[in-house]
Design a protein around this ligand. Structure first.
Ligand code: GLY
Length: 356
């Protein structure tokens, strides 16, 4: 394997590796054959990614001896539903995939979630490999085994945990991303910086993300791998990765999913940082610094939705347990904490973080 490829182990059960570097899609066949063995590989992708990379991936897989079939669904969060899931499952059955076969999720966060969920439930679970093509899926969603679809009541409300057999993150894909899609991934990377440490966060303040995305992806993945290894099923520490997501998911839902996930998370992160500071929960001022960093990376720092509609939308969030919800509170860069509170108290907390 090339020297420019970094490999991050994820020691879950079973363990797997995340490979990060250029050229991984065109060379995916031999690498995946070593990991999953010869089998039928069903490549699931969307209408944006298919014209860019499907032929490359399918050719490499076929050349390595895989039987290959592919399913393409319309791109966008609007496809992340039961209809698409059902269509993918019917496709896997028509293609007669068996328990020794494998699904490859080729694309961004929606594709990873959809294809991963289909693999998790088809024949009660077959293997899946993640081939992320966006920054968002590279730094966050392709790693850790969360899969889901949205329900009318809210985001990611039905899903399963299925750790992938491998993640191949081809950094060459990042150069074709439109600026807004790149920024979407920057939001999850900045979130990781706020959670993780000052040195990672400061990379986003000085623009290193665009200059050296592979380095940044590797650092984000290494941090996430550690969290997932300690708390695979999100019973405790992994909840920290939801920083910015309670308000972020509410913004997505209020917009009818017109606002993309990363942009909504950015706004949610800015809101919770301002709330935490205004309510005296931070150890040092961070709200202005977080907002400046988000803005520098082309991301929003607020939302037009009001506290009441956001609190109502957030009340269906899956981070709710009975009458309580657990928020992730940034205390300073590199230190965040979980705070459980009655759902009824969410409204004043959100209100404290809205601008103006
Ligand atoms: N995206 C948050 C997690 O994987 O837990």
């Amino acid at each position: 394997m090339s020297d420019s490829i970094q490999t991050i182990p994820v020691n879950t059960f079973p363990p797997y590796a995340v490979s990060i570097g250029p050229g991984l899609l065109s060379a995916c066949g031999p690498q995946l054959r070593e990991i999953v063995g010869p089998c039928h590989m069903a490549v699931v992708t969307d209408s944006t990614v298919a014209p860019l990379y499907l032929d490359t991936v399918a050719r490499s897989l076929r050349d390595a001896g895989f039987a290959v079939s592919s399913y393409v669904f319309p791109a966008g969060e609007g496809s992340k539903n039961f209809e698409t899931l059902s269509a993918i499952l019917e496709f896997l059955a028509e293609e007669r995939l068996t328990r020794t076969d494998c699904v490859a999720a080729l694309g961004g966060g929606v594709t990873g979630d959809m294809a991963g969920f289909a693999a998790a439930v088809y024949l009660r679970g077959i293997r899946c490999v993640q081939l992320p093509t966006t920054l968002l899926s590279a730094v966050d969603s392709s790693v850790g085994g969360k899969t889901a679809i949205d329900l009318k009541a809210g985001k990611n409300l039905a899903g399963a945990f299925l750790q992938p057999a491998a993640v191949l993150c081809d950094t060459g894909c990042l150069s074709t991303l439109p600026a807004a899609v790149f920024a979407d991934g920057a939001a999850e990377a900045i979130k990781t910086g706020v959670l993780c440490d000052e040195s990672l966060f400061s990379l986003f303040e000085d623009g290193t993300l665009t200059a050296a995305p592979g380095e940044v992806i590797a650092r984000c993945v290494a941090y996430k791998a550690g969290v997932v290894e300690r708390d695979e099923k999100e019973q405790g520490e992994r909840r920290l990765l939801n920083l910015g997501h309670t308000v972020g998911h509410a913004i997505e839902k209020c917009s009818g999913y017109a606002i993309p996930h990363g942009h909504a998370v950015a706004a949610g992160l800015a809101v919770i940082a301002r709330s935490a500071e205004a309510l005296g929960w931070t150890e040092e001022p961070i709200a202005a610094r977080v907002a400046a960093c988000l803005a520098k990376n082309g991301l929003p720092t607020g939302t037009a939705y009001g506290a009441a509609e956001l609190a109502h939308a957030a009340s269906a969030d899956k981070k709710r347990a009975g009458a309580d919800i657990t928020l992730v509170i940034p205390k300073k860069i590199g230190v965040c904490a979980l705070k459980k509170m009655p759902v009824a108290e969410l409204l004043p907390v959100i209100a404290a973080g809205l601008e103006g």
